[in-house]
Structure formats: structure tokens, C-alpha cells
Design a protein around this ligand. Structure first.
Ligand code: FMN
Length: 180
């Protein structure tokens, strides 16, 4: 797939094929590719927990369904929970007063982009799920209380047979300006 085809094909999947299991090796590969994302001072302030087992996946699905949101998460056969780790910036940055965690959100966003694109390139579909109850995620994964969670990503094979939806995006005139 060329790059444009890949970014156009990636879309948030809300219709997973629950019966089609995901190979754990494929999840590992996606995380390996996500770890190639850039990060401030190469601090890589992330870790990833793949859930590819039915009972735990059900608990993760519940953790993103408070208030009736994300009902389709129950159809996802697997999840990758992206956690925030402490960022260690270059000493010179920290000495200059930079907060070591100040770039983390950007870093994690980059990793999420890579992760979802990696999933698409490997024939999988994904949906980033920002809405969640961290306590339930921690309980499902038996994570310690202080573990910070960045995002839950549902992963699986799509049950959609149609080509990718047309992207709904702001027009270029609204988001782009140039000084030349
Ligand atoms: C940080 C973040 C949080 C999101 N949380 C949810 C969510 O809780 N539930 C959901 O269905 N989609 C969620 N999405 C997906 C967005 O709705 C989706 O990316 C956007 O509508 C554009 O559609 P596309 O991904 O299909 O191109 C989230 C996306 C991001 C980046």
C-alpha cells in the first residue's frame, strides 16, 4: 500500500468481526511498528498491553462503555491499552527547566498514529477509544494504582465489506495558510 492509500484506508472501525481472532504475533508487530514513532529526546514514554483473551477483552470493553458509549467495543476481539510512562528528557533540557513530562501527550499521539496505521497495513482495523474508566482498565489488567493510561485501542478484523468511508474533514482553506 502506498502512503496515501494507507492513511485513507485507516478509519475508526465500529463493526468488528468478533469471531475472527487476531494473531497475537500481529498485535506484537503493530506495537513494534508503533515504537518506531518519534518522541521528544527519544524518551519513548509509552508501554503497551495487548489483550487477546476473551474474558479480559470483555472487561476492557466494559471499561469504555460507561454512559452507553462505545457499544461496538463488545465486538472487538482484541485491545491494545497504551500506557504513559515517565519521560526522561535530555539532561540539558531538564536543567533548562523543561518539565520531563511536558512533551508526553505529543509523543503518545504519535505512537497512536503509528499503531493504527500499522494495524491497517497488516490487514487489521482499529478504533481509538478515549472515553473510558481508568479504574476498570486497571482492574482488568491488574495494573498498579499509579499506572497512567493514555488510551484504549480496539483492534480486530472489520465486519464491513465496503471500501473505507469518505473522510469527513475540514476543508483545506479553513486549516491551511501560507506565507510565501
Ligand atoms: C484521542 C481520540 C479519542 C477517541 N475516542 C473515541 C471513542 O471513545 N469512541 C469512538 O467511537 N471513537 C473515538 N475516536 C475516533 C474518532 O471519533 C475518529 O478518529 C474521528 O471521528 C475521525 O474518523 P476516522 O478515524 O474514521 O477517520 C477517538 C479518536 C481519538 C484520536
Amino acid at each position: 500500500m502506498d502512503f496515501f492509500e494507507l492513511i485513507n484506508k485507516r478509519e475508526s472501525c465500529r463493526n468488528f468481526n468478533k469471531e475472527k481472532k487476531v494473531e497475537t504475533q500481529l498485535l506484537e508487530k503493530c506495537v513494534q511498528w508503533a515504537s518506531l514513532a518519534p518522541s521528544a529526546c527519544n524518551s519513548q514514554p509509552w508501554s503497551f498491553v495487548a489483550v487477546n483473551e476473551e474474558k479480559t477483552a470483555e472487561k476492557i470493553a466494559e471499561s469504555v462503555q460507561g454512559g452507553g458509549f462505545n457499544p461496538y467495543a463488545s465486538q472487538a476481539p482484541a485491545f491494545i491499552v497504551v500506557c504513559k510512562e515517565k519521560a526522561k528528557l535530555l539532561d540539558s533540557f531538564e536543567k533548562a527547566g523543561a518539565d520531563s513530562n511536558s512533551f508526553r501527550e505529543n509523543d503518545l499521539g504519535m505512537a497512536l498514529s503509528y499503531l493504527t496505521l500499522a494495524a491497517t497495513e497488516n490487514g487489521l482495523s482499529s478504533c481509538i477509544l478515549g472515553w473510558r474508566d481508568d479504574k476498570l482498565v486497571r482492574a482488568a489488567l491488574k495494573l498498579e494504582e499509579k499506572k497512567e493510561i493514555h488510551c484504549v485501542v480496539a483492534i480486530g478484523y472489520s465486519a464491513d465489506e465496503n471500501p473505507p468511508r469518505k473522510k469527513k474533514r475540514k476543508p483545506l482553506e479553513e486549516i491551511f495558510s501560507v506565507i510565501e
